[in-house]
Design a protein around this ligand. Sequence first.
Ligand code: ATP
Ligand code: MG
Length: 444
Amino acid sequence: MVADDDDDIRLALSLLLSSESYKVIEASTPKDVIIKASQQKPDIILLDMNFSRDTTCGQEGLDTLQQLKQSAIPVILMTAWGTIDLAVKALQEGACDFIEKPWNNFKLLNSIKQQLCFSKIKQENQCYHQLFTNDVSDNWVCQSSSMLAIEQLIKQIAPTDANVLILGENGTGKSLLAERIHQLSHRQRSPFIAVNMAAIPESLFESELFGHQKGAFTDARQNRVGRFQLAEKGTLFLDEVGTLPLPLQPKLLRVLETGSYEVLGASQTQTADVRIISATNADLSKLVSSGEFRQDLLYRLNTLVINLPPLRERLDDIEALAISLIQRFSLKYNKHCVSLTKGAIKKLRQHTWPGNIRELSHVIERAILLTTEPKIDADQLLLESTETPTNNVILQPLEMAEKQLIVKAMEVSSGQVLEAAKLLEISRNALYRRLEKFCIQYES
Ligand SMILES: Nc1ncnc2c1ncn2[C@@H]1O[C@H](COP(=O)(O)OP(=O)(O)OP(=O)(O)O)[C@@H](O)[C@H]1O
Ligand SMILES: [Mg+2]
Protein backbone atom coordinates (compact mmCIF):
# COMPACT_ATOMS: atom_id res chain seq x y z
CA MET A 1 0.00 0.00 0.00
CA VAL A 2 1.23 3.43 -0.92
CA ALA A 3 -0.17 5.96 1.57
CA ASP A 4 0.46 9.62 0.80
CA ASP A 5 -1.75 12.70 0.39
CA ASP A 6 0.27 13.86 -2.63
CA ASP A 7 -1.18 12.45 -5.89
CA ASP A 8 2.15 12.79 -7.73
CA ILE A 9 4.03 10.83 -5.10
CA ARG A 10 1.43 8.07 -5.10
CA LEU A 11 1.61 7.91 -8.88
CA ALA A 12 5.41 7.83 -8.96
CA LEU A 13 5.60 5.10 -6.32
CA SER A 14 2.83 3.06 -7.94
CA LEU A 15 4.62 3.16 -11.29
CA LEU A 16 7.91 2.14 -9.72
CA LEU A 17 6.37 -0.73 -7.77
CA SER A 18 4.16 -1.98 -10.63
CA SER A 19 7.22 -2.13 -12.84
CA GLU A 20 8.66 -4.54 -10.25
CA SER A 21 5.45 -6.63 -10.44
CA TYR A 22 4.05 -5.53 -7.08
CA LYS A 23 0.29 -5.03 -6.88
CA VAL A 24 -0.34 -1.56 -5.42
CA ILE A 25 -3.23 -0.18 -3.36
CA GLU A 26 -3.31 3.57 -2.80
CA ALA A 27 -4.54 5.51 0.23
CA SER A 28 -4.62 9.29 0.55
CA THR A 29 -5.72 9.92 4.16
CA PRO A 30 -4.90 8.24 7.49
CA LYS A 31 -8.50 7.02 7.72
CA ASP A 32 -8.24 5.53 4.24
CA VAL A 33 -5.05 3.74 5.32
CA ILE A 34 -6.70 2.12 8.33
CA ILE A 35 -9.80 0.99 6.43
CA LYS A 36 -7.93 -0.40 3.44
CA ALA A 37 -5.31 -2.05 5.65
CA SER A 38 -7.97 -3.96 7.54
CA GLN A 39 -10.02 -4.84 4.45
CA GLN A 40 -7.33 -5.61 1.90
CA LYS A 41 -4.51 -6.68 4.20
CA PRO A 42 -1.50 -5.45 2.18
CA ASP A 43 1.83 -7.22 2.75
CA ILE A 44 3.62 -3.93 3.44
CA ILE A 45 2.74 -0.22 3.76
CA LEU A 46 4.76 2.78 2.62
CA LEU A 47 3.40 5.46 4.92
CA ASP A 48 3.85 9.21 4.58
CA MET A 49 4.37 10.99 7.91
CA ASN A 50 2.51 14.22 7.12
CA PHE A 51 -0.87 14.15 5.47
CA SER A 52 -2.00 17.76 6.02
CA ARG A 53 -0.16 20.27 3.86
CA ASP A 54 0.83 22.53 6.74
CA THR A 55 2.27 19.93 9.09
CA THR A 56 5.84 18.69 9.14
CA CYS A 57 6.17 17.18 12.61
CA GLY A 58 5.33 13.64 11.51
CA GLN A 59 2.73 13.10 14.23
CA GLU A 60 0.04 11.99 11.75
CA GLY A 61 2.29 9.25 10.49
CA LEU A 62 3.20 8.15 14.02
CA ASP A 63 -0.49 8.09 15.07
CA THR A 64 -1.44 6.01 12.04
CA LEU A 65 1.50 3.72 12.74
CA GLN A 66 0.18 3.25 16.27
CA GLN A 67 -3.23 2.23 14.93
CA LEU A 68 -1.68 -0.22 12.50
CA LYS A 69 0.38 -1.89 15.20
CA GLN A 70 -2.06 -4.71 15.94
CA SER A 71 -2.34 -5.70 12.29
CA ALA A 72 1.35 -6.76 12.28
CA ILE A 73 1.74 -5.37 8.72
CA PRO A 74 5.28 -4.04 8.25
CA VAL A 75 5.32 -0.25 7.73
CA ILE A 76 8.06 1.79 6.08
CA LEU A 77 7.73 5.45 7.06
CA MET A 78 8.59 8.13 4.51
CA THR A 79 9.09 11.86 4.96
CA ALA A 80 10.62 14.90 3.33
CA TRP A 81 11.24 16.42 6.75
CA GLY A 82 13.49 13.75 8.16
CA THR A 83 15.62 14.23 11.20
CA ILE A 84 17.56 11.64 13.12
CA ASP A 85 15.24 12.14 16.11
CA LEU A 86 12.17 11.47 14.04
CA ALA A 87 13.69 8.37 12.46
CA VAL A 88 14.58 6.99 15.89
CA LYS A 89 11.08 7.72 17.18
CA ALA A 90 9.49 6.04 14.14
CA LEU A 91 11.53 2.89 14.63
CA GLN A 92 10.77 2.87 18.35
CA GLU A 93 7.06 3.10 17.53
CA GLY A 94 7.31 -0.04 15.42
CA ALA A 95 8.10 1.12 11.87
CA CYS A 96 10.34 -1.41 10.14
CA ASP A 97 12.31 1.21 8.19
CA PHE A 98 12.53 4.95 7.61
CA ILE A 99 13.14 6.48 4.19
CA GLU A 100 13.70 10.13 3.28
CA LYS A 101 12.06 11.80 0.28
CA PRO A 102 13.17 12.24 -2.41
CA TRP A 103 13.88 8.57 -2.25
CA ASN A 104 16.48 6.54 -4.02
CA ASN A 105 14.64 3.87 -6.08
CA PHE A 106 17.26 1.22 -5.52
CA LYS A 107 17.35 1.74 -1.76
CA LEU A 108 13.56 1.81 -1.48
CA LEU A 109 13.06 -1.38 -3.49
CA ASN A 110 15.77 -3.07 -1.49
CA SER A 111 14.15 -2.12 1.79
CA ILE A 112 10.75 -3.39 0.61
CA LYS A 113 12.22 -6.70 -0.51
CA GLN A 114 14.07 -7.13 2.76
CA GLN A 115 11.07 -6.28 4.93
CA LEU A 116 8.77 -8.61 3.00
CA CYS A 117 11.30 -11.35 3.50
CA PHE A 118 11.54 -10.66 7.28
CA SER A 119 7.80 -10.58 7.58
CA LYS A 120 7.47 -13.95 5.84
CA ILE A 121 10.06 -15.50 8.13
CA LYS A 122 8.28 -14.04 11.15
CA GLN A 123 4.97 -15.53 10.06
CA GLU A 124 6.51 -18.94 9.40
CA ASN A 125 8.25 -18.78 12.72
CA GLN A 126 4.96 -18.09 14.45
CA CYS A 127 3.34 -21.07 12.73
CA TYR A 128 6.20 -23.36 13.76
CA HIS A 129 6.07 -22.02 17.26
CA GLN A 130 2.38 -22.85 17.46
CA LEU A 131 2.99 -26.25 15.94
CA PHE A 132 5.92 -27.23 18.13
CA THR A 133 4.95 -25.77 21.44
CA ASN A 134 2.03 -28.16 20.89
CA ASP A 135 0.13 -26.15 23.38
CA VAL A 136 -1.95 -28.83 25.02
CA SER A 137 -0.95 -27.33 28.36
CA ASP A 138 -1.59 -23.75 27.22
CA ASN A 139 -4.98 -24.69 25.86
CA TRP A 140 -6.01 -26.91 28.70
CA VAL A 141 -8.83 -25.29 30.64
CA CYS A 142 -9.89 -26.66 33.99
CA GLN A 143 -11.75 -24.53 36.49
CA SER A 144 -14.81 -26.50 37.59
CA SER A 145 -14.43 -28.63 40.69
CA SER A 146 -14.91 -31.85 38.72
CA MET A 147 -12.14 -30.90 36.29
CA LEU A 148 -9.86 -29.79 39.12
CA ALA A 149 -10.33 -33.22 40.68
CA ILE A 150 -9.43 -34.83 37.34
CA GLU A 151 -6.41 -32.57 37.05
CA GLN A 152 -5.19 -33.75 40.42
CA LEU A 153 -5.78 -37.35 39.44
CA ILE A 154 -3.85 -37.06 36.17
CA LYS A 155 -0.90 -35.42 37.88
CA GLN A 156 -0.75 -38.53 40.05
CA ILE A 157 -1.25 -41.12 37.36
CA ALA A 158 0.58 -39.54 34.41
CA PRO A 159 4.07 -40.43 35.68
CA THR A 160 3.11 -44.09 36.18
CA ASP A 161 3.06 -46.49 33.25
CA ALA A 162 -0.44 -47.72 34.06
CA ASN A 163 -2.91 -48.05 31.20
CA VAL A 164 -5.64 -45.43 31.28
CA LEU A 165 -9.17 -45.64 29.92
CA ILE A 166 -10.87 -42.30 29.30
CA LEU A 167 -14.66 -42.31 29.16
CA GLY A 168 -16.84 -39.43 28.07
CA GLU A 169 -19.38 -38.17 25.58
CA ASN A 170 -18.33 -36.90 22.17
CA GLY A 171 -16.32 -33.70 22.28
CA THR A 172 -15.62 -33.74 26.01
CA GLY A 173 -11.86 -33.64 25.45
CA LYS A 174 -10.83 -37.31 25.59
CA SER A 175 -8.20 -36.98 22.88
CA LEU A 176 -6.79 -33.78 24.37
CA LEU A 177 -6.66 -35.38 27.80
CA ALA A 178 -4.79 -38.40 26.42
CA GLU A 179 -2.16 -36.06 24.98
CA ARG A 180 -1.95 -34.16 28.22
CA ILE A 181 -1.31 -37.35 30.19
CA HIS A 182 1.46 -38.19 27.73
CA GLN A 183 2.99 -34.75 28.12
CA LEU A 184 2.96 -35.00 31.89
CA SER A 185 4.59 -38.44 31.79
CA HIS A 186 8.25 -39.36 31.62
CA ARG A 187 7.54 -40.50 28.04
CA GLN A 188 6.91 -36.91 26.92
CA ARG A 189 10.02 -36.78 24.72
CA SER A 190 8.99 -39.91 22.85
CA PRO A 191 6.13 -40.08 20.37
CA PHE A 192 2.43 -39.84 21.14
CA ILE A 193 0.73 -41.92 18.45
CA ALA A 194 -3.03 -41.88 18.07
CA VAL A 195 -4.96 -44.53 16.22
CA ASN A 196 -8.66 -44.33 15.62
CA MET A 197 -9.94 -47.87 15.93
CA ALA A 198 -13.16 -46.99 14.12
CA ALA A 199 -11.25 -45.89 11.04
CA ILE A 200 -9.15 -49.02 10.42
CA PRO A 201 -10.65 -51.54 8.00
CA GLU A 202 -10.74 -54.99 9.61
CA SER A 203 -8.47 -56.48 6.97
CA LEU A 204 -5.74 -53.91 7.69
CA PHE A 205 -5.90 -54.02 11.47
CA GLU A 206 -2.76 -56.06 12.09
CA SER A 207 -0.75 -54.33 9.43
CA GLU A 208 -1.75 -50.93 10.83
CA LEU A 209 -0.93 -51.82 14.43
CA PHE A 210 2.03 -54.17 14.04
CA GLY A 211 3.34 -53.30 10.57
CA HIS A 212 4.17 -55.63 7.70
CA GLN A 213 7.09 -56.63 5.55
CA LYS A 214 7.13 -56.26 1.81
CA GLY A 215 5.38 -59.24 0.26
CA ALA A 216 3.63 -60.32 3.48
CA PHE A 217 0.34 -60.26 1.54
CA THR A 218 -0.73 -59.42 -2.00
CA ASP A 219 -0.92 -55.64 -1.57
CA ALA A 220 2.15 -55.33 0.64
CA ARG A 221 4.47 -53.65 -1.87
CA GLN A 222 6.52 -51.81 0.75
CA ASN A 223 7.59 -52.44 4.32
CA ARG A 224 5.24 -50.72 6.71
CA VAL A 225 6.01 -49.60 10.26
CA GLY A 226 3.16 -50.36 12.65
CA ARG A 227 1.73 -48.01 15.26
CA PHE A 228 3.20 -49.99 18.14
CA GLN A 229 6.67 -49.52 16.72
CA LEU A 230 6.03 -45.82 15.99
CA ALA A 231 4.99 -45.34 19.59
CA GLU A 232 8.02 -47.19 20.99
CA LYS A 233 9.03 -45.69 24.36
CA GLY A 234 6.07 -43.34 24.04
CA THR A 235 2.30 -43.55 24.29
CA LEU A 236 -0.16 -45.28 22.00
CA PHE A 237 -3.65 -43.76 22.09
CA LEU A 238 -6.38 -46.18 21.06
CA ASP A 239 -9.27 -43.88 20.28
CA GLU A 240 -12.84 -45.19 20.00
CA VAL A 241 -11.68 -48.52 21.36
CA GLY A 242 -15.32 -49.58 21.88
CA THR A 243 -15.71 -50.00 18.11
CA LEU A 244 -13.04 -52.70 17.85
CA PRO A 245 -14.74 -55.73 16.26
CA LEU A 246 -14.87 -58.83 18.46
CA PRO A 247 -12.73 -61.04 16.15
CA LEU A 248 -9.88 -58.50 16.35
CA GLN A 249 -9.96 -58.10 20.11
CA PRO A 250 -7.74 -61.15 20.88
CA LYS A 251 -5.00 -59.68 18.67
CA LEU A 252 -4.92 -56.52 20.75
CA LEU A 253 -5.31 -58.47 23.97
CA ARG A 254 -2.25 -60.56 23.21
CA VAL A 255 0.13 -57.64 22.85
CA LEU A 256 -1.31 -56.00 25.95
CA GLU A 257 -0.90 -59.18 27.96
CA THR A 258 2.51 -60.28 26.78
CA GLY A 259 4.00 -57.01 25.57
CA SER A 260 5.05 -58.75 22.36
CA TYR A 261 3.86 -58.90 18.77
CA GLU A 262 4.99 -59.91 15.30
CA VAL A 263 5.34 -57.74 12.26
CA LEU A 264 3.31 -59.42 9.49
CA GLY A 265 5.59 -61.50 7.31
CA ALA A 266 8.46 -61.47 9.83
CA SER A 267 9.28 -64.37 12.07
CA GLN A 268 10.90 -62.46 14.91
CA THR A 269 8.82 -61.45 17.91
CA GLN A 270 9.04 -57.77 18.87
CA THR A 271 8.77 -56.41 22.36
CA ALA A 272 6.68 -53.29 22.85
CA ASP A 273 7.62 -50.61 25.34
CA VAL A 274 4.45 -48.59 24.99
CA ARG A 275 1.99 -47.05 27.38
CA ILE A 276 -1.62 -47.53 26.35
CA ILE A 277 -4.25 -44.88 26.77
CA SER A 278 -7.64 -45.66 25.30
CA ALA A 279 -10.87 -43.74 25.00
CA THR A 280 -14.46 -44.38 24.12
CA ASN A 281 -17.88 -42.81 24.35
CA ALA A 282 -19.46 -46.26 24.52
CA ASP A 283 -20.59 -47.98 27.70
CA LEU A 284 -17.98 -50.76 27.76
CA SER A 285 -19.53 -52.70 30.64
CA LYS A 286 -22.75 -52.86 28.66
CA LEU A 287 -20.83 -54.09 25.63
CA VAL A 288 -19.20 -56.71 27.85
CA SER A 289 -22.63 -57.85 29.11
CA SER A 290 -23.95 -58.11 25.58
CA GLY A 291 -20.89 -60.08 24.52
CA GLU A 292 -19.58 -57.46 22.12
CA PHE A 293 -16.47 -56.58 24.12
CA ARG A 294 -14.15 -59.01 25.84
CA GLN A 295 -14.01 -58.69 29.60
CA ASP A 296 -10.32 -59.65 29.71
CA LEU A 297 -9.49 -56.89 27.22
CA LEU A 298 -11.43 -54.37 29.27
CA TYR A 299 -9.41 -55.37 32.36
CA ARG A 300 -6.19 -54.73 30.44
CA LEU A 301 -7.33 -51.29 29.34
CA ASN A 302 -9.00 -49.98 32.44
CA THR A 303 -6.24 -50.16 35.04
CA LEU A 304 -7.16 -46.53 35.67
CA VAL A 305 -10.40 -44.96 34.50
CA ILE A 306 -11.09 -41.27 34.02
CA ASN A 307 -14.65 -40.13 33.47
CA LEU A 308 -14.75 -36.81 31.64
CA PRO A 309 -18.01 -35.11 32.56
CA PRO A 310 -20.11 -33.52 29.84
CA LEU A 311 -19.89 -29.75 29.50
CA ARG A 312 -23.38 -29.15 30.90
CA GLU A 313 -22.06 -30.53 34.19
CA ARG A 314 -18.99 -28.28 34.15
CA LEU A 315 -20.64 -24.90 34.08
CA ASP A 316 -17.66 -23.23 35.69
CA ASP A 317 -15.47 -24.22 32.74
CA ILE A 318 -17.67 -22.64 30.09
CA GLU A 319 -16.56 -19.03 30.33
CA ALA A 320 -12.85 -19.88 30.55
CA LEU A 321 -13.17 -22.29 27.60
CA ALA A 322 -15.02 -19.67 25.58
CA ILE A 323 -12.34 -17.06 26.29
CA SER A 324 -9.56 -19.46 25.34
CA LEU A 325 -11.40 -20.32 22.10
CA ILE A 326 -11.98 -16.61 21.38
CA GLN A 327 -8.25 -16.05 21.61
CA ARG A 328 -7.53 -18.98 19.33
CA PHE A 329 -10.03 -17.96 16.62
CA SER A 330 -9.29 -14.22 16.86
CA LEU A 331 -5.72 -15.06 15.99
CA LYS A 332 -6.79 -17.37 13.17
CA TYR A 333 -9.20 -14.87 11.59
CA ASN A 334 -7.21 -11.76 12.47
CA LYS A 335 -9.98 -10.28 14.63
CA HIS A 336 -9.55 -8.30 17.79
CA CYS A 337 -12.24 -9.92 19.79
CA VAL A 338 -11.32 -10.50 23.41
CA SER A 339 -14.33 -11.33 25.54
CA LEU A 340 -18.05 -11.92 25.95
CA THR A 341 -20.87 -9.76 27.23
CA LYS A 342 -22.69 -10.83 30.41
CA GLY A 343 -25.71 -11.79 28.27
CA ALA A 344 -23.52 -14.01 26.11
CA ILE A 345 -22.06 -15.79 29.14
CA LYS A 346 -25.54 -16.41 30.51
CA LYS A 347 -26.67 -17.85 27.19
CA LEU A 348 -23.67 -20.21 27.08
CA ARG A 349 -24.32 -21.40 30.64
CA GLN A 350 -27.95 -22.15 29.87
CA HIS A 351 -27.32 -24.26 26.79
CA THR A 352 -27.19 -28.05 27.25
CA TRP A 353 -24.22 -28.66 24.89
CA PRO A 354 -25.00 -32.08 23.41
CA GLY A 355 -21.79 -31.74 21.37
CA ASN A 356 -19.78 -30.56 24.39
CA ILE A 357 -16.57 -28.57 23.88
CA ARG A 358 -16.43 -29.30 20.17
CA GLU A 359 -19.87 -27.71 19.81
CA LEU A 360 -18.75 -24.74 21.91
CA SER A 361 -15.72 -24.38 19.69
CA HIS A 362 -17.90 -24.24 16.54
CA VAL A 363 -20.26 -21.73 18.16
CA ILE A 364 -17.36 -19.43 19.09
CA GLU A 365 -15.70 -19.80 15.70
CA ARG A 366 -18.94 -18.72 13.97
CA ALA A 367 -19.37 -15.81 16.38
CA ILE A 368 -15.82 -14.61 15.73
CA LEU A 369 -16.45 -14.68 12.01
CA LEU A 370 -19.62 -12.64 12.42
CA THR A 371 -18.53 -10.10 14.99
CA THR A 372 -17.05 -6.68 14.36
CA GLU A 373 -16.99 -5.73 18.05
CA PRO A 374 -14.36 -6.52 20.71
CA LYS A 375 -17.01 -8.34 22.77
CA ILE A 376 -19.24 -11.16 21.54
CA ASP A 377 -22.89 -10.60 22.34
CA ALA A 378 -25.63 -13.20 22.94
CA ASP A 379 -27.12 -12.57 19.46
CA GLN A 380 -23.93 -13.70 17.78
CA LEU A 381 -24.00 -17.06 19.53
CA LEU A 382 -25.96 -19.28 17.19
CA LEU A 383 -26.97 -22.24 19.32
CA GLU A 384 -28.87 -25.30 18.26
CA SER A 385 -32.27 -25.60 19.89
CA THR A 386 -31.85 -26.95 23.41
CA GLU A 387 -35.34 -28.11 24.11
CA THR A 388 -35.30 -31.37 26.06
CA PRO A 389 -36.88 -34.11 23.99
CA THR A 390 -39.95 -35.11 25.99
CA ASN A 391 -39.86 -38.73 24.83
CA ASN A 392 -36.88 -39.37 27.16
CA VAL A 393 -38.63 -37.99 30.22
CA ILE A 394 -39.93 -40.53 32.71
CA LEU A 395 -43.34 -39.65 34.03
CA GLN A 396 -43.15 -39.74 37.84
CA PRO A 397 -44.23 -37.73 40.88
CA LEU A 398 -42.69 -34.27 40.73
CA GLU A 399 -41.00 -34.71 44.12
CA MET A 400 -39.22 -37.85 42.95
CA ALA A 401 -37.94 -36.04 39.87
CA GLU A 402 -36.77 -33.17 42.08
CA LYS A 403 -34.92 -35.57 44.36
CA GLN A 404 -33.25 -37.29 41.39
CA LEU A 405 -32.08 -33.96 40.01
CA ILE A 406 -30.62 -32.99 43.37
CA VAL A 407 -28.82 -36.31 43.81
CA LYS A 408 -27.41 -35.97 40.28
CA ALA A 409 -26.25 -32.39 40.90
CA MET A 410 -24.53 -33.44 44.13
CA GLU A 411 -22.82 -36.32 42.35
CA VAL A 412 -21.64 -34.14 39.51
CA SER A 413 -20.29 -31.48 41.84
CA SER A 414 -18.57 -34.08 44.05
CA GLY A 415 -20.74 -33.17 47.03
CA GLN A 416 -20.00 -29.44 46.86
CA VAL A 417 -23.25 -27.78 47.84
CA LEU A 418 -22.45 -24.38 46.35
CA GLU A 419 -21.61 -25.84 42.96
CA ALA A 420 -24.62 -28.17 42.99
CA ALA A 421 -26.82 -25.16 43.78
CA LYS A 422 -25.31 -23.30 40.82
CA LEU A 423 -26.05 -26.22 38.51
CA LEU A 424 -29.65 -26.27 39.69
CA GLU A 425 -29.82 -22.48 39.58
CA ILE A 426 -31.18 -22.20 43.12
CA SER A 427 -29.64 -20.58 46.19
CA ARG A 428 -27.40 -22.50 48.53
CA ASN A 429 -29.98 -22.27 51.31
CA ALA A 430 -32.72 -23.51 49.02
CA LEU A 431 -30.55 -26.53 48.26
CA TYR A 432 -29.78 -27.15 51.97
CA ARG A 433 -33.52 -27.17 52.69
CA ARG A 434 -34.12 -29.75 49.98
CA LEU A 435 -31.16 -31.91 51.05
CA GLU A 436 -32.68 -32.06 54.53
CA LYS A 437 -36.15 -32.71 53.18
CA PHE A 438 -35.04 -35.63 51.02
CA CYS A 439 -32.57 -36.91 53.65
CA ILE A 440 -29.66 -36.67 51.20
CA GLN A 441 -26.24 -36.89 52.90
CA TYR A 442 -23.90 -33.96 52.46
CA GLU A 443 -20.78 -32.58 54.12
CA SER A 444 -21.49 -29.36 55.95
N1 ATP B 1 -10.10 -29.01 28.92
C1 ATP B 1 -10.08 -28.43 27.72
N2 ATP B 1 -9.59 -27.20 27.59
C2 ATP B 1 -9.57 -26.61 26.38
N3 ATP B 1 -10.03 -27.15 25.24
C3 ATP B 1 -10.51 -28.39 25.31
C4 ATP B 1 -10.56 -29.10 26.55
N4 ATP B 1 -11.09 -30.31 26.31
C5 ATP B 1 -11.36 -30.34 24.99
N5 ATP B 1 -11.02 -29.21 24.38
C6 ATP B 1 -11.20 -28.90 22.94
O1 ATP B 1 -12.47 -29.42 22.55
C7 ATP B 1 -12.43 -30.05 21.29
C8 ATP B 1 -12.87 -31.50 21.42
O2 ATP B 1 -11.91 -32.22 22.19
P1 ATP B 1 -11.48 -33.70 21.84
O3 ATP B 1 -11.32 -33.89 20.38
O4 ATP B 1 -10.32 -34.02 22.70
O5 ATP B 1 -12.79 -34.45 22.34
P2 ATP B 1 -13.11 -36.01 22.29
O6 ATP B 1 -13.78 -36.34 23.56
O7 ATP B 1 -11.87 -36.75 21.95
O8 ATP B 1 -14.16 -36.07 21.11
P3 ATP B 1 -14.62 -37.41 20.26
O9 ATP B 1 -15.41 -38.23 21.18
O10 ATP B 1 -15.44 -36.83 19.17
O11 ATP B 1 -13.37 -38.06 19.80
C9 ATP B 1 -11.00 -29.90 20.81
O12 ATP B 1 -10.94 -28.79 19.97
C10 ATP B 1 -10.21 -29.66 22.08
O13 ATP B 1 -9.06 -28.89 21.81
MG1 MG C 1 -11.42 -37.85 20.26
